[in-house]
Design a protein around this ligand. Structure first.
Ligand code: SF4
Length: 113
């Protein structure tokens, strides 16, 4: 039995997931059951970080993935963000890196700058 905290909403239900049947208990809604199962089968995360911005009002532009990506790709994505630079102006939601690391998700700007 694997124990974890559901991070889908602020309620933070304590889940127990059977490692053989993927049956979930402790969830207060169906989203928790889905989260608990996915955490064992293929954990996904939304990645947040920053990239260098040239001629911006700050030196770094906050960015994030536009959807969750496999947890195993997080390190490669962070390395790529570290090596990426964009030029100001940038609009919130603008795609900074398309299909990041082949994940199908895009890196988008989290704010105007
Ligand atoms: S199980 Fe449902 S209510 Fe509980 S933390 Fe997850 S999403 Fe929120």
């Amino acid at each position: 039995m694997k124990e974890m905290v559901c991070i889908v909403c602020p309620r933070g239900c304590h889940l127990k997931v059977d490692e053989e049947t993927f049956e979930v208990s402790g969830n207060s809604c169906p989203k928790g059951a889905e989260y608990g199962k996915n955490e064992l089968v293929s954990p996904m995360r939304t990645v947040t970080g920053s990239v260098e911005i040239i001629n911006g009002i700050h030196s770094r532009l906050p960015v994030r993935t536009d959807r969750a990506i496999p947890k195993g790709l997080m390190f490669d994505v962070m390395k790529l963000l570290h090596a990426t630079a964009v030029h100001s102006p940038v609009k919130r939601g603008q795609i900074i890196i398309e299909n990041v690391c082949g994940s199908g998700a895009n890196i988008i700007a989290s704010r105007d700058m």
